[in-house]
Design a protein around this ligand. Sequence first.
Ligand SMILES: Cc1cc2nc3c(=O)[nH]c(=O)nc-3n(C[C@H](O)[C@H](O)[C@H](O)COP(=O)(O)OP(=O)(O)OC[C@H]3O[C@@H](n4cnc5c(N)ncnc54)[C@H](O)[C@@H]3O)c2cc1C
Length: 322
Amino acid sequence: MAKVFVLVEHRRGSIREATFECVTLARELQTAAGLEPAAVVIGSGVAPFAETLAAYLPETIVVDDPSLEHFRFETYAAVLRDLIERETPLLVIAPHSAFGMELVPRLSAELARPCATDCVAVGMDGGALAATRSVYNGKIDERLAFAPAGGYFATVRAGSYAPADPAGTGAIRAHACPAPPAAWRTEHRGYRETAAGAVDITQAPLLLAIGRGIKDAENIPKAQALADRLGAVLACSRPVVDKKWLGKERQVGTSGRTVKPKVYLALGISGAFQHIAGIKGPGVFIAVNRDPKAPVFRAADFGVVEDMFKIIDALAEKLGAK
Ligand SMILES: Cc1cc2nc3c(=O)[nH]c(=O)nc-3n(C[C@H](O)[C@H](O)[C@H](O)COP(=O)(O)OP(=O)(O)OC[C@H]3O[C@@H](n4cnc5c(N)ncnc54)[C@H](O)[C@@H]3O)c2cc1C
Protein backbone atom coordinates (compact mmCIF):
# COMPACT_ATOMS: atom_id res chain seq x y z
CA MET A 1 0.00 0.00 0.00
CA ALA A 2 1.27 3.51 -0.84
CA LYS A 3 2.43 5.52 2.15
CA VAL A 4 2.07 9.06 3.43
CA PHE A 5 4.87 10.29 5.71
CA VAL A 6 4.30 13.00 8.30
CA LEU A 7 7.56 14.83 9.10
CA VAL A 8 7.47 15.48 12.83
CA GLU A 9 8.51 18.99 13.83
CA HIS A 10 9.88 19.36 17.35
CA ARG A 11 11.79 22.08 19.10
CA ARG A 12 13.44 22.26 22.48
CA GLY A 13 11.87 19.17 23.96
CA SER A 14 8.36 19.27 22.57
CA ILE A 15 6.49 18.33 19.43
CA ARG A 16 5.03 21.38 17.68
CA GLU A 17 1.24 21.44 17.48
CA ALA A 18 1.32 21.75 13.68
CA THR A 19 2.56 18.15 13.55
CA PHE A 20 -0.73 16.94 15.07
CA GLU A 21 -2.61 18.92 12.42
CA CYS A 22 -0.62 17.01 9.77
CA VAL A 23 -1.56 13.77 11.59
CA THR A 24 -5.24 14.64 11.05
CA LEU A 25 -4.55 15.15 7.34
CA ALA A 26 -2.65 11.84 7.12
CA ARG A 27 -5.60 10.03 8.72
CA GLU A 28 -7.96 11.69 6.22
CA LEU A 29 -5.74 10.52 3.36
CA GLN A 30 -5.82 7.01 4.80
CA THR A 31 -9.61 7.01 4.68
CA ALA A 32 -10.08 8.88 1.40
CA ALA A 33 -7.13 7.65 -0.66
CA GLY A 34 -6.01 4.45 1.07
CA LEU A 35 -2.57 5.82 1.96
CA GLU A 36 -0.81 4.15 4.86
CA PRO A 37 0.31 6.86 7.30
CA ALA A 38 3.63 6.89 9.15
CA ALA A 39 5.27 9.55 11.30
CA VAL A 40 8.97 10.28 10.74
CA VAL A 41 10.85 11.53 13.81
CA ILE A 42 14.40 12.77 13.26
CA GLY A 43 16.69 14.09 15.99
CA SER A 44 18.88 13.19 18.93
CA GLY A 45 17.32 11.58 22.01
CA VAL A 46 13.91 11.58 20.31
CA ALA A 47 12.65 8.18 21.53
CA PRO A 48 10.00 9.90 23.75
CA PHE A 49 8.63 11.74 20.71
CA ALA A 50 8.37 8.44 18.84
CA GLU A 51 6.43 6.98 21.78
CA THR A 52 4.05 9.94 21.70
CA LEU A 53 3.50 9.64 17.95
CA ALA A 54 2.88 5.90 18.23
CA ALA A 55 -0.38 6.78 19.98
CA TYR A 56 -1.47 8.73 16.90
CA LEU A 57 -0.45 6.77 13.80
CA PRO A 58 -0.08 3.07 12.94
CA GLU A 59 3.67 3.44 12.35
CA THR A 60 6.43 5.75 13.54
CA ILE A 61 9.89 5.67 11.96
CA VAL A 62 12.58 7.10 14.20
CA VAL A 63 16.07 8.21 13.20
CA ASP A 64 17.99 9.02 16.36
CA ASP A 65 21.59 10.18 16.17
CA PRO A 66 23.74 12.78 17.99
CA SER A 67 24.53 14.44 14.65
CA LEU A 68 20.82 15.31 14.38
CA GLU A 69 20.59 17.23 17.65
CA HIS A 70 19.65 20.52 16.01
CA PHE A 71 17.65 20.99 12.85
CA ARG A 72 19.99 21.59 9.95
CA PHE A 73 18.97 21.19 6.34
CA GLU A 74 22.00 19.19 5.25
CA THR A 75 21.82 16.48 7.94
CA TYR A 76 18.02 16.17 7.97
CA ALA A 77 17.90 16.08 4.16
CA ALA A 78 20.51 13.30 4.07
CA VAL A 79 18.27 11.21 6.36
CA LEU A 80 15.15 11.94 4.36
CA ARG A 81 16.72 11.31 0.97
CA ASP A 82 17.81 7.88 2.22
CA LEU A 83 14.44 7.11 3.79
CA ILE A 84 12.40 8.27 0.79
CA GLU A 85 14.56 6.36 -1.69
CA ARG A 86 14.21 3.16 0.36
CA GLU A 87 10.53 3.41 1.33
CA THR A 88 9.14 5.36 -1.65
CA PRO A 89 6.20 7.07 0.10
CA LEU A 90 3.69 8.50 -2.37
CA LEU A 91 3.37 11.68 -0.31
CA VAL A 92 5.47 13.42 2.34
CA ILE A 93 3.77 16.17 4.36
CA ALA A 94 5.18 18.68 6.82
CA PRO A 95 3.98 21.86 8.55
CA HIS A 96 4.39 25.06 6.51
CA SER A 97 6.72 26.47 9.14
CA ALA A 98 10.35 27.58 9.08
CA PHE A 99 11.17 23.85 9.41
CA GLY A 100 8.92 22.67 6.56
CA MET A 101 9.66 25.65 4.35
CA GLU A 102 13.40 25.08 4.51
CA LEU A 103 13.35 21.32 4.20
CA VAL A 104 10.58 20.38 1.80
CA PRO A 105 11.05 22.57 -1.32
CA ARG A 106 14.78 21.84 -1.37
CA LEU A 107 14.20 18.10 -1.03
CA SER A 108 11.55 18.31 -3.74
CA ALA A 109 14.10 19.85 -6.10
CA GLU A 110 16.85 17.40 -5.14
CA LEU A 111 14.62 14.32 -5.55
CA ALA A 112 12.69 15.69 -8.57
CA ARG A 113 9.36 15.06 -6.81
CA PRO A 114 6.66 17.73 -7.25
CA CYS A 115 5.78 19.88 -4.27
CA ALA A 116 2.82 22.03 -3.17
CA THR A 117 3.61 24.52 -0.41
CA ASP A 118 1.36 26.36 2.05
CA CYS A 119 -1.68 24.14 1.35
CA VAL A 120 -4.96 24.59 3.20
CA ALA A 121 -6.26 21.25 1.87
CA VAL A 122 -4.47 18.22 0.46
CA GLY A 123 -5.97 15.22 -1.30
CA MET A 124 -5.20 12.64 -3.94
CA ASP A 125 -7.01 12.46 -7.28
CA GLY A 126 -6.44 9.31 -9.30
CA GLY A 127 -3.13 8.69 -7.54
CA ALA A 128 -1.87 12.25 -8.14
CA LEU A 129 -1.59 15.10 -5.64
CA ALA A 130 -4.47 17.60 -5.60
CA ALA A 131 -4.05 20.59 -3.28
CA THR A 132 -5.77 23.86 -2.40
CA ARG A 133 -3.93 27.05 -1.49
CA SER A 134 -5.43 30.26 -0.17
CA VAL A 135 -3.93 33.25 -1.99
CA TYR A 136 -4.32 37.05 -2.11
CA ASN A 137 -4.72 37.27 1.65
CA GLY A 138 -7.47 34.65 1.76
CA LYS A 139 -9.58 36.18 -1.03
CA ILE A 140 -9.01 33.38 -3.59
CA ASP A 141 -8.73 29.61 -3.28
CA GLU A 142 -6.33 28.16 -5.84
CA ARG A 143 -6.74 24.47 -6.76
CA LEU A 144 -3.67 22.60 -7.96
CA ALA A 145 -3.87 19.32 -9.91
CA PHE A 146 -0.57 17.50 -10.39
CA ALA A 147 0.58 15.27 -13.24
CA PRO A 148 1.34 11.64 -12.35
CA ALA A 149 4.68 11.29 -10.53
CA GLY A 150 6.51 8.77 -8.39
CA GLY A 151 5.92 10.82 -5.26
CA TYR A 152 4.96 14.25 -3.98
CA PHE A 153 5.64 16.69 -1.16
CA ALA A 154 3.23 19.12 0.50
CA THR A 155 3.55 21.65 3.31
CA VAL A 156 0.39 22.42 5.27
CA ARG A 157 -0.63 25.84 6.58
CA ALA A 158 -1.09 26.01 10.35
CA GLY A 159 -4.74 25.89 11.40
CA SER A 160 -5.97 24.17 8.21
CA TYR A 161 -6.70 20.92 10.08
CA ALA A 162 -7.70 20.40 13.69
CA PRO A 163 -4.97 18.80 15.81
CA ALA A 164 -5.50 15.03 16.10
CA ASP A 165 -6.35 13.18 19.28
CA PRO A 166 -4.51 9.97 20.21
CA ALA A 167 -6.05 6.81 18.73
CA GLY A 168 -4.53 3.44 19.58
CA THR A 169 -1.00 2.07 19.69
CA GLY A 170 1.20 2.04 16.62
CA ALA A 171 4.53 0.36 15.92
CA ILE A 172 7.88 2.12 16.30
CA ARG A 173 10.66 1.26 13.86
CA ALA A 174 14.24 2.51 14.03
CA HIS A 175 15.91 3.59 10.80
CA ALA A 176 19.70 3.80 10.77
CA CYS A 177 21.12 7.27 10.30
CA PRO A 178 23.04 7.42 7.02
CA ALA A 179 26.56 8.86 7.06
CA PRO A 180 26.25 12.62 7.56
CA PRO A 181 27.40 14.82 4.68
CA ALA A 182 31.14 15.54 4.70
CA ALA A 183 30.56 19.28 5.00
CA TRP A 184 27.66 21.59 5.71
CA ARG A 185 27.14 25.26 5.36
CA THR A 186 24.66 25.93 8.15
CA GLU A 187 25.37 25.98 11.85
CA HIS A 188 23.07 26.05 14.87
CA ARG A 189 24.09 29.08 16.94
CA GLY A 190 21.57 28.74 19.79
CA TYR A 191 18.13 30.00 20.71
CA ARG A 192 17.42 33.58 21.63
CA GLU A 193 14.38 34.23 23.84
CA THR A 194 12.25 37.29 23.26
CA ALA A 195 12.04 39.38 26.42
CA ALA A 196 9.21 38.06 28.55
CA GLY A 197 8.02 41.58 29.35
CA ALA A 198 5.52 42.49 32.00
CA VAL A 199 2.55 40.94 30.22
CA ASP A 200 1.68 37.38 29.37
CA ILE A 201 -0.95 37.42 26.64
CA THR A 202 -1.09 33.61 26.66
CA GLN A 203 -2.81 33.63 30.06
CA ALA A 204 -5.21 36.57 29.57
CA PRO A 205 -8.92 35.68 29.47
CA LEU A 206 -9.78 38.89 27.59
CA LEU A 207 -7.57 40.23 24.82
CA LEU A 208 -8.02 43.44 22.88
CA ALA A 209 -5.83 43.11 19.81
CA ILE A 210 -4.96 45.95 17.48
CA GLY A 211 -3.59 45.78 13.95
CA ARG A 212 -2.27 48.16 11.36
CA GLY A 213 -5.67 49.86 11.40
CA ILE A 214 -4.46 51.70 14.52
CA LYS A 215 -2.53 53.82 11.99
CA ASP A 216 -0.16 55.64 14.30
CA ALA A 217 1.76 55.20 17.54
CA GLU A 218 -0.09 58.16 19.00
CA ASN A 219 -3.35 56.13 18.88
CA ILE A 220 -1.97 53.30 21.02
CA PRO A 221 -2.83 54.99 24.37
CA LYS A 222 -6.47 55.14 23.25
CA ALA A 223 -6.50 51.37 22.70
CA GLN A 224 -4.60 50.79 25.96
CA ALA A 225 -7.11 52.93 27.87
CA LEU A 226 -10.01 50.90 26.45
CA ALA A 227 -8.23 47.64 27.30
CA ASP A 228 -7.75 48.87 30.88
CA ARG A 229 -11.42 49.77 31.19
CA LEU A 230 -12.47 46.38 29.83
CA GLY A 231 -10.03 44.55 32.09
CA ALA A 232 -8.35 43.25 28.93
CA VAL A 233 -4.71 42.82 28.00
CA LEU A 234 -3.57 44.65 24.89
CA ALA A 235 -2.26 42.38 22.11
CA CYS A 236 -1.43 43.09 18.47
CA SER A 237 -0.59 41.87 15.00
CA ARG A 238 2.96 41.75 13.71
CA PRO A 239 3.10 45.11 11.85
CA VAL A 240 2.45 46.86 15.18
CA VAL A 241 5.51 45.12 16.61
CA ASP A 242 7.58 45.71 13.46
CA LYS A 243 6.90 49.42 13.82
CA LYS A 244 8.00 49.14 17.48
CA TRP A 245 4.67 50.53 18.74
CA LEU A 246 4.25 47.53 21.06
CA GLY A 247 6.65 44.85 22.32
CA LYS A 248 7.09 41.46 20.68
CA GLU A 249 5.60 39.77 23.77
CA ARG A 250 2.20 41.15 22.69
CA GLN A 251 2.27 39.70 19.16
CA VAL A 252 -0.28 37.00 18.34
CA GLY A 253 0.47 34.58 15.53
CA THR A 254 2.76 32.01 14.04
CA SER A 255 5.88 34.05 14.78
CA GLY A 256 4.41 35.45 18.00
CA ARG A 257 2.39 33.86 20.79
CA THR A 258 -0.48 31.39 20.69
CA VAL A 259 -3.39 32.61 22.78
CA LYS A 260 -6.53 30.94 24.15
CA PRO A 261 -8.63 33.78 25.59
CA LYS A 262 -12.30 33.63 26.51
CA VAL A 263 -12.84 36.72 24.36
CA TYR A 264 -10.64 38.02 21.53
CA LEU A 265 -11.57 41.47 20.26
CA ALA A 266 -9.62 42.31 17.09
CA LEU A 267 -9.61 45.92 15.92
CA GLY A 268 -8.19 46.85 12.51
CA ILE A 269 -6.68 43.43 11.85
CA SER A 270 -7.11 41.96 8.34
CA GLY A 271 -6.99 38.30 9.40
CA ALA A 272 -3.88 36.98 7.69
CA PHE A 273 -3.47 33.27 8.43
CA GLN A 274 -0.20 33.92 10.30
CA HIS A 275 -2.25 35.96 12.78
CA ILE A 276 -5.36 33.77 12.97
CA ALA A 277 -3.26 30.62 13.52
CA GLY A 278 -2.20 32.09 16.87
CA ILE A 279 -5.78 32.20 18.19
CA LYS A 280 -6.90 28.85 19.59
CA GLY A 281 -9.52 27.51 21.91
CA PRO A 282 -13.27 27.77 22.16
CA GLY A 283 -13.48 31.47 23.11
CA VAL A 284 -15.54 34.16 21.39
CA PHE A 285 -13.80 36.01 18.55
CA ILE A 286 -15.12 39.48 17.70
CA ALA A 287 -13.64 41.40 14.77
CA VAL A 288 -14.00 45.06 13.84
CA ASN A 289 -12.84 46.08 10.39
CA ARG A 290 -14.06 48.73 7.99
CA ASP A 291 -13.53 46.40 5.00
CA PRO A 292 -16.51 44.01 4.72
CA LYS A 293 -14.35 41.61 2.67
CA ALA A 294 -11.56 41.40 5.26
CA PRO A 295 -10.61 37.70 5.77
CA VAL A 296 -10.84 38.17 9.54
CA PHE A 297 -14.62 37.92 9.25
CA ARG A 298 -14.29 34.29 8.11
CA ALA A 299 -12.60 33.38 11.38
CA ALA A 300 -14.66 35.61 13.71
CA ASP A 301 -17.82 34.58 15.57
CA PHE A 302 -19.10 38.16 15.43
CA GLY A 303 -18.09 40.83 12.95
CA VAL A 304 -18.60 44.60 12.94
CA VAL A 305 -17.98 46.48 9.68
CA GLU A 306 -17.08 49.85 11.08
CA ASP A 307 -14.27 52.30 11.73
CA MET A 308 -12.41 50.93 14.75
CA PHE A 309 -12.02 54.39 16.26
CA LYS A 310 -15.80 54.81 16.33
CA ILE A 311 -16.04 51.49 18.18
CA ILE A 312 -13.30 52.47 20.62
CA ASP A 313 -15.10 55.76 21.36
CA ALA A 314 -18.51 54.08 21.67
CA LEU A 315 -17.19 51.42 24.04
CA ALA A 316 -15.31 54.03 26.07
CA GLU A 317 -18.51 56.02 26.40
CA LYS A 318 -20.51 52.94 27.42
CA LEU A 319 -17.91 52.16 30.03
CA GLY A 320 -18.22 55.66 31.43
CA ALA A 321 -14.91 57.11 30.30
CA LYS A 322 -14.55 60.85 30.64
C1 LIG B 1 6.81 34.16 8.10
C2 LIG B 1 5.74 35.16 8.52
C3 LIG B 1 5.32 35.14 9.84
C4 LIG B 1 4.34 36.04 10.25
N1 LIG B 1 3.92 36.00 11.54
C5 LIG B 1 2.93 36.81 11.93
C6 LIG B 1 2.43 36.75 13.28
O1 LIG B 1 2.92 36.00 14.11
N2 LIG B 1 1.42 37.59 13.59
C7 LIG B 1 0.85 38.47 12.70
O2 LIG B 1 -0.07 39.19 13.07
N3 LIG B 1 1.31 38.54 11.44
C8 LIG B 1 2.34 37.76 11.04
N4 LIG B 1 2.81 37.86 9.77
C9 LIG B 1 2.32 38.96 8.92
C10 LIG B 1 0.98 38.65 8.27
O3 LIG B 1 1.19 38.00 7.04
C11 LIG B 1 0.20 39.95 8.00
O4 LIG B 1 0.98 40.80 7.19
C12 LIG B 1 -0.20 40.69 9.26
O5 LIG B 1 -0.86 39.82 10.17
C13 LIG B 1 -1.12 41.83 8.90
O6 LIG B 1 -1.34 42.59 10.05
P1 LIG B 1 -2.63 43.53 10.12
O7 LIG B 1 -3.86 42.72 9.93
O8 LIG B 1 -2.50 44.34 11.36
O9 LIG B 1 -2.38 44.54 8.91
P2 LIG B 1 -3.09 44.65 7.50
O10 LIG B 1 -3.08 43.36 6.78
O11 LIG B 1 -2.50 45.84 6.83
O12 LIG B 1 -4.62 44.95 7.85
C14 LIG B 1 -5.06 46.11 8.46
C15 LIG B 1 -6.57 46.00 8.49
O13 LIG B 1 -7.09 47.11 9.18
C16 LIG B 1 -8.27 47.53 8.54
N5 LIG B 1 -8.43 48.94 8.89
C17 LIG B 1 -7.64 49.98 8.55
N6 LIG B 1 -8.09 51.11 9.12
C18 LIG B 1 -9.20 50.75 9.84
C19 LIG B 1 -10.10 51.48 10.66
N7 LIG B 1 -9.95 52.81 10.86
N8 LIG B 1 -11.12 50.81 11.22
C20 LIG B 1 -11.29 49.48 11.02
N9 LIG B 1 -10.45 48.73 10.26
C21 LIG B 1 -9.42 49.38 9.69
C22 LIG B 1 -8.03 47.30 7.06
O14 LIG B 1 -9.27 47.15 6.37
C23 LIG B 1 -7.22 46.01 7.10
O15 LIG B 1 -8.05 44.88 6.96
C24 LIG B 1 3.79 36.98 9.33
C25 LIG B 1 4.22 36.97 8.01
C26 LIG B 1 5.18 36.08 7.61
C27 LIG B 1 5.62 36.10 6.17
